[in-house]
Every structure is written in structure tokens, then in C-alpha cells.
Design a protein around this ligand. Structure first.
Ligand code: FEO
Ligand code: CA
Ligand code: CA
Ligand code: CA
Length: 635
């Protein structure tokens, strides 16, 4: 395997030119700080020189417990089954109920975001923590379940209640971070919470069902993986592997059959889904409701500060297996959302709003995510990237190809992008933007199905088992001074430059396997979370969070900072605005195999983290990482 290249001269010039613009941008960023805009707008700190990481790396060793670098403290903040809403029952893994689970912290914690209290402040010791609950596995919920999804309606109701999101109020005290009990902000969103469809697909014939003949109101959100936050302080939660919930036997689906197949419905023998919810609710049976799957695969927006507000599915951002939804404020006030479609040979996307966000009027954002242009990326071998707009009536996106209107294009985003010639990638996962340089980092986690004849410049390895990260450099912005809080560069331009940043597969040399989620800390330093899946034991390396260099001689290499317990992957890294707290989601501890090779089971798990109570299953948990000396995480 080759080492990641140094920046090309062209890229170095671009970066230098940007640094010359610091004075201008610093003025804009100061405005952002005054407004108390959210974390991705913290360019004021990112513009200063990045401090070096200062910590002793963790050994690359899989252990039953989690571990953080010396000089830091990692404390479990909240676990599956802990109370979220007032009146939640105590966690009892032997007597799970849907009513209890709907008031407790859900399973599969993934994306997290921190929202200071009071709203609009940059408070780093008191705020709301929003957490996605991605999925459930019945084998870890009940001792006698051998399938991934239970077929018993009362258990399916528990699974549904363990999905969605949690909003918790958290406060930093002398004893560490704590959940504020019975908070008025506390909220559980589940697989049955009513939410609106907005944007071009709202009311479309292909999202109408017998329960919702208007095609405007959906029950619930599914497989919420990563996400993002908006300039106005709301959460974007990304619906990923929604095919896992729908029974779709061969020959069913009618006019939607091709569409459903393209999203993986019916791929398993007999068209059986991983979760067997059709045993409890006929809307998950495609034979009964062929349009119900079209109501998933979107990005959901919700306001964490208002627990009574109704979440909204923003259909203008496209329908696919969204890993994340990363918002950037462009220099001209347009809002740009980057998102990857996490499946082998799928695409990288970008949405650009038609309207502009005014940082002086942060509440005037209505419609910004409902009107705009979605594009898919084509990576050319000469290092240029072309954004291909998915516009109805243009090129192949016309009626003779089955696209009768803009709604059709969004409902079948994957097919539209492929027809336009977007580049099939090695499972695009998270995307993050460096607020200091404007460079965009795009993760490809793995693709073991790519053959030698299918390699290309941007996906250069056949049987890519270890993943890679690309770096995009948008062109310089021109014209009027940027709006407050905007990222450098023109993220709405039709082209960008791209370069290889990191090739996974050599953890002992600083190149972690299977990068998944990314985050920049407020000092502008990049962190990479990994998900090796079943290969964790074979690789002999824990999943965790790595501190990654983006400049200098060690650019594109990373150091393990936090190691998950055995079997877990790391998700959802989020920093408080002061960089002194890092929240991470530890997902599916104990999954996989014991060190001696025997399969892990609920009653014989490979670890009982975090409680280590005999007879109790492991619990997905969110961890707060701080320093006892109160300093910045990572040194
Ligand atoms: Fe839910 Fe792409 O991981
Ligand atoms: Ca992920
Ligand atoms: Ca991220
Ligand atoms: Ca993953």
C-alpha cells in the first residue's frame, strides 16, 4: 500500500491564498461569535494556529473495558435504559416494556450533538445533548431470540420505542457531567412519532398510503445513523438502512418494484427484512403498502429546544442511505449540506439552498432546506470534482426515463445520480468541513466488492477492506465579504479539487482501519472514529477515536486516543464549544466473538461493559471525556 501523498503544489497555493484572507475572515468570525452561532461556525478559534495534539497514545489492544489516553477521564454519561422522561421505570433487562422504553434512553446510540443553554450562547457546561438511536438487535434484547428482529408484537413495540432520538439536558458539575432529571427539554422520538414531509416530495402520489392519503405525515424515523446541525441550531438526523424494516417478497411492489430493489428491499431470501415489524404493523409489508418505504431514507430536522415541535423530513436533500448531513454556511449565505450514501458503489451528494441564511436573523430560516439543488459527485482522474445537478427535465432526468417531476428525481435519487454519471464510491460515510481552510473530508469506509477492473482514481483499491478518506478543496470564494460564520471557499461552486488524504489499513503506522465518523474540534483539529465491524477481532485492533494530523509531515496519519470496549464501534464524536469536553457514542459493545472464538450472546456476551454486572447484557452508552486538570481534550 502506498502512503498518502503530500498536498499537491496547487493545493498548497490554495491554502496559502486562504491564509492571506485570514484578516477578512477573522472579522466575519468575530461576528459569528457574538451571535453565538453553533459549533460548525466556530471559525474564530479554528482560524488560529492549530495546537498540536499532546497525549500519550493508547495501545492498540482490544479489552473488555474502554480506555482513554493518559491525562483524560472517560465517564459513562447515559446508558441504554436510563431515564430520559419523567416517570421512566428503572432499567430491568429481564422485564422490558414498550411503555418503559419509550421513556428511557434508546439502543444503538450513534450521532450526538451539543446545544448550549441558554439557546444562542456558547455555554460549554450546560446544554442539551441530542442522540440518535440507530437500530436494535433482538438477540441482545431477549435471551430466547435467535433472530435479529423479534416476531412477537409486544417485543416489536419495545424495538420501535428503542429507535429514534433522545434529547437530554446535561450539566457539568464538580462530580463530572450529569443528566438533569425530569428536564422540561427531555424528549424521546421513536419509530412511531408523527413527523411532516416537507419539500418537493410532500403530497407526492408516491408517498400516499392508506393511513396518510395526503402524503404529508409519516409515523417515525428509522435507522438514524449520523447527522449534523444547522446554522439556526436544529438537528439533522440521517435515515440510513431503512430497507431493513420492510417485507418485500419477490414479485411484489408493483410500480415501485425497481425503486425498492435499488434501495435493497427484498434482497434477503423470501424478501424477509432484518426487523420483522410487519408482524405487528402492516405498513411494513410492501404487499399492503407499496409506498411506505418511500417515506424513509430522508434527512429529518428537529428543534431540540422545543420538545413539542414536530420533526420534519426534508425531501429536497434526497432519498438514500444517508450516513450524515453536514451543514456549511457558504460565503454568500446559502446553506450547503454534504451527505454520503453508505453502500458499496453509491455516491457522495451535496445540497445547496436556493435562499440565503442571514446570521442576523437566525430564526428566519423557513424553507431554506426545502428549495435548492441536489448534486452528486463525479471524481475525475485529473483531481477535479464535478457536481452533477439532479434537476428534473435536464439530461436523462426526464419522463421517458420514469422521472415525471422533481419528486420522482428525489424519490429515486440513486437512479438519477447513476444516470448522470456520478462516481460509484467505496461506501461514503461521514463528511466534515475544516472551518479554518474550507477543505472537506469525505470518508469511504470499505468496499470489498470492488474488483481490479473497477478501481478508479478516487477508489484505487480492489477489495478495499480498510477504507480511505478523500480531501476536497472548493474554489476560492469571490465577490462580497463572506457572511458571518461562513466557511472559507465556495461550497456552491460546480467544481472542486480532490486528493487522497488517508488510506486505512495500517493502524500501527497511524492509518486506522475503516474510518466512519469525523469531527473537527474547536481548535480545528480532525478526529476520526472507526468501525471495523466483524473484522475488529481479526485485525486485532480496537475501534475508537483517532486524532488525525491535517498539516505537516505527519499529515494524513492518526493516533489512537480512545479505545472502545470489545466488539463496540465508536460513533457520534461531539465537542463542547470550549473543546474541554468530548462526547462519544459507544455502540454495540460485546458484539461479535469472545477472545477464544465462541459467539457472543446476550447471556454470554464478550463484555458486560459498562456495568460488568453478572447476568446483565452490555449497554450502548454515551461517554463524556474530559481532563481532570480542566484542559482541552487532546492537549
Ligand atoms: Fe450507520 Fe454508515 O453507519
Ligand atoms: Ca456510521
Ligand atoms: Ca461528523
Ligand atoms: Ca459504519
Amino acid at each position: 500500500m502506498t502512503s498518502p501523498p503530500e498536498p499537491s503544489p496547487a493545493m498548497a497555493d490554495v491554502v496559502r491564498a486562504r491564509l492571506d484572507r485570514r484578516a477578512l475572515l477573522a472579522g466575519a468570525a468575530a461576528g459569528a461569535a457574538l451571535l453565538g452561532l453553533p459549533r460548525f461556525l466556530a471559525a474564530d478559534e479554528g482560524l488560529r494556529r492549530r495546537p498540536p495534539f499532546r497525549f500519550a497514545p493508547r495501545p492498540l489492544k482490544i479489552l473488555d473495558d474502554h480506555h482513554v489516553a493518559a491525562g483524560h477521564r472517560a465517564e459513562v454519561l447515559i446508558r441504554w435504559g436510563d431515564p430520559v422522561l419523567a416517570g421512566a421505570p428503572p432499567f430491568d433487562p429481564a422485564a422490558l416494556t414498550a411503555a418503559g422504553q419509550a421513556r428511557q434512553f434508546g439502543l444503538g446510540n450513534d450521532f450526538t450533538s451539543f446545544h448550549p443553554l441558554p439557546r444562542g450562547s456558547r455555554n460549554s457546561t450546560h446544554g442539551l445533548l441530542c442522540v440518535n438511536h440507530e437500530y436494535t438487535n433482538a438477540r441482545f434484547l431477549w435471551s430466547d431470540e435467535t433472530r435479529y428482529g423479534s416476531r412477537k408484537p409486544e417485543r416489536i413495540a419495545v424495538e420501535m420505542a428503542a429507535h429514534g432520538q433522545s434529547v437530554i439536558e446535561v450539566r457539568k458539575t464538580k462530580a463530572g457531567w450529569q443528566v438533569v432529571p425530569d428536564s422540561p427539554y427531555a424528549r424521546r422520538i421513536t419509530a412511531t412519532t408523527p413527523m411532516d414531509l416537507a419539500g418537493p416530495v410532500r403530497g407526492h402520489a408516491r408517498v400516499k398510503t392508506s393511513a396518510d392519503p395526503t402524503g404529508t405525515r409519516v409515523l417515525g424515523t428509522l435507522w438514524n445513523c449520523a447527522g449534523g446541525t444547522t446554522p439556526w441550531g436544529t438537528v439533522l438526523s440521517a435515515e440510513e438502512n431503512f430497507e431493513n424494516y420492510f417485507l418485500c417478497p419477490p414479485g411484489t411492489g408493483g410500480a415501485e418494484a425497481r425503486n425498492h430493489a435499488l434501495y435493497g428491499l427484498g434482497a434477503m431470501p423470501g424478501g424477509l427484512p432484518a426487523l420483522a415489524w410487519h408482524h405487528a404493523d402492516p405498513r411494513f409489508d410492501v404487499r399492503r403498502e407499496p409506498h411506505e418505504p418511500n417515506r424513509f431514507g430522508w434527512v429529518v430536522e428537529y428543534d431540540p429546544y422545543d420538545p413539542t415541535s414536530r420533526p420534519v423530513k426534508r425531501t429536497a436533500l434526497g432519498r438514500f442511505k444517508h450516513e450524515s448531513a453536514t451543514a456549511v454556511l457558504n460565503h454568500d449565505g446559502r446553506v450547503v449540506i454534504y451527505s454520503g450514501d453508505d453502500e458499496e458503489f453509491q455516491f457522495v451528494y451535496r445540497f445547496v439552498s436556493k435562499g440565503r441564511f442571514d446570521p442576523a436573523k437566525p430564526q428566519a430560516h423557513q424553507g431554506l432546506l426545502d428549495h435548492g439543488t441536489l448534486s452528486a459527485a463525479r471524481f475525475d482522474p485529473d483531481g477535479s470534482l464535478h457536481w452533477l445537478p439532479l434537476i428534473h427535465g435536464q439530461g436523462p432526468l426526464v419522463a421517458k426515463n420514469g422521472f415525471r417531476d422533481a419528486g420522482d428525481v428525489l424519490l429515486e435519487t440513486r437512479r438519477a445520480a447513476r444516470l448522470l454519471g456520478a462516481t460509484p464510491m467505496d461506501r461514503p460515510e461521514d463528511i466534515e468541513v475544516d472551518a479554518r481552510t474550507g477543505r472537506v473530508y469525505v470518508v469511504m469506509t470499505k468496499n470489498r466488492f470492488r474488483t481490479a477492473t473497477q478501481v478508479d482514481a478516487a477508489n484505487r483499491r480492489a477489495c478495499n477492506e480498510h477504507g480511505h478518506v478523500l480531501e476536497l478543496t472548493p474554489p476560492d470564494a469571490s465577490g462580497t465579504p463572506p457572511v458571518a460564520g461562513a466557511a472559507p471557499g465556495d461550497h456552491a461552486a460546480g467544481t472542486a479539487r480532490w486528493d487522497l488524504f488517508l488510506l486505512g489499513g495500517a493502524p500501527t503506522q497511524g492509518r486506522p482501519n475503516n474510518p466512519d465518523n469525523l469531527v473537527f474540534d474547536p481548535s480545528g483539529r480532525l478526529w476520526i472514529a472507526t468501525d471495523q465491524g466483524r473484522e475488529q477481532a481479526r485485525n486485532g485492533c480496537p475501534d475508537g477515536l483517532w486524532a488525525c494530523e491535517t498539516d505537516g509531515p505527519r499529515r494524513g496519519t492518526a493516533t489512537l486516543f480512545y479505545a472502545c470496549p470489545r466488539g463496540a464501534e465508536l460513533c457520534g464524536p461531539t465537542f463542547t464549544p470550549d473543546g474541554r469536553t468530548l462526547f462519544v457514542s459507544v455502540q454495540h459493545p460485546g458484539q461479535g466473538r469472545h477472545p477464544d472464538g465462541r459467539a457472543t450472546r446476550r447471556d454470554d456476551p464478550a463484555t458486560r461493559w459498562p456495568d460488568f454486572v453478572e447476568g446483565q447484557p452490555p449497554r450502548c452508552s454515551v461517554v463524556a471525556i474530559t481532563r481532570p486538570d480542566g484542559g482541552r481534550v487532546g492537549g
